[in-house]
Design a protein around this ligand. Structure first.
Ligand SMILES: Nc1nc2c(ncn2[C@@H]2O[C@H](COP(=O)(O)OP(=O)(O)OP(=O)(O)O)[C@@H](O)[C@H]2O)c(=O)[nH]1
Ligand SMILES: [Mg+2]
Ligand SMILES: [Zn+2]
Length: 310
């Protein structure tokens, strides 16, 4: 499923995109709000074709899901995209600037679902090389790839295509970091084919096109890419507090060395993670972001994460 609007669910079938209706018990819950339908962008579906149209009969099991609390009903989760296997976290240092805390939060979301993350630092034409390198270092040193890109300078695009080839990728990041611009730069034919920037966005007061719903695009070099609206807030996936440290990859080798097996690496004594922070082998900023996310997960037994604004 590549796109949903008020009336139809659009499904890629071979070389075409076919508008479909839904059928069967699975969809009984469906209401008018496209965001709340039980089929998500990226879902693999069984479709019965009838000429130019189709009917969805079944949604196949999902391998991964990127979800967030529903804006109007934060206790329920909404799947933004299914079956994604590369999460492209798009950041920029200027216009707008991205806080490292958002990158860490999105990394947790990716790690949690077993989705490979790729951090893209876009708009590097607006900053000097040293500044870009400083931003990237905390993630590079723990083994994440950080790819600098610039749309006007067309830099980093070939590397981004290589990383995406054969994958179902999804871009997440603040509004205005350049997700849709990257999409159009990766495959210029996309604008001619579907008018991406116009079709997927609305014009803001400042004249920019902002993406209003998640849309999956098939790119000519052999990849699928889900462009999403900018995130202002992104809730943690539901998890036990104890599990959070497992999604901070440089903590993982240490957690077994804490004195208490139930250690959440915050108040306890003899904590190997905190010792590493004190020794400087774990970055204080990463640990501070860990503590912030831990606080959001609430008390013992409380599984649902509150979400914080970015
Ligand atoms: N200088 C510079 N500007 C860029 C770059 N990439 C995108 N822009 C500009 O940044 C603005 C926002 O770009 P979009 O592609 O609409 O950003 P977006 O992330 O899709 O935003 P939302 O759809 O609102 O989430 C546009 O004016 C782009 O021309 C870049 O690499 N360098
Ligand atoms: Mg956009
Ligand atoms: Zn500990």
């Amino acid at each position: 499923m590549v796109r949903i609007d008020r009336k139809k669910i659009h499904v890629e079938v071979g070389d075409r995109v076919v508008p479909c209706t839904v059928r069967g018990r699975f969809f009984e819950e469906q209401d008018d709000d496209p965001e709340s339908r039980p089929v998500a962008v990226g879902d693999r579906v069984k479709v019965e074709l009838d000429g130019e149209q189709g009917a969805i009969e079944e949604v196949l099991p999902r391998t991964t899901r990127i979800a967030r609390p529903r804006p109007r009903d934060p206790n329920r989760w909404q799947v933004i995209a299914a079956n994604v296997d590369l999460l492209v976290i798009v950041a920029s240092l200027k216009q707008p600037s991205t806080r490292p805390g958002l990158v860490d939060r999105l990394l947790v979301a990716a790690e949690c679902e077993g989705i490979e993350p790729l951090i893209v630092l876009n708009k590097v034409d607006l900053v000097d090389t040293a500044e870009a390198a400083r931003f990237a270092e905390p993630w590079k040193e723990i083994g994440y790839r950080v790819l600098p890109t610039s749309v006007p300078a067309a830099s980093g695009l070939a590397e981004l295509r290589d990383a995406m080839r054969g994958r179902v990728a999804m871009m997440l990041g603040h509004s205005g970091v350049g997700k849709s611009s990257l999409l159009a730069a990766l495959d210029p034919a996309i604008i001619a084919r579907i008018g991406a920037l116009v079709a997927t966005g609305t014009k803001t007061a400042r004249g920019a096109h902002t993406t209003t719903s998640a849309v999956m695009h098939r790119l000519a070099f052999g990849a699928h890419l889900v462009d999403t609206p900018g995130v202002r807030e992104f809730g943690l996936p539901p998890m036990e507090r104890h599990d959070l440290a497992h999604h901070f990859r440089e903590f993982v080798p240490l957690v077994a060395k804490c004195k208490f097996a139930t250690c959440i690496h915050d108040p306890e004594p003899n904590c190997a993670v905190k010792a590493a922070v004190a020794a400087g082998t774990i970055r204080a900023e990463r640990f501070a972001n860990y503590q912030k996310l831990l606080a959001e997960l609430g008390g013992e037994g409380e599984r649902m994460a509150r979400h914080d604004s970015y």
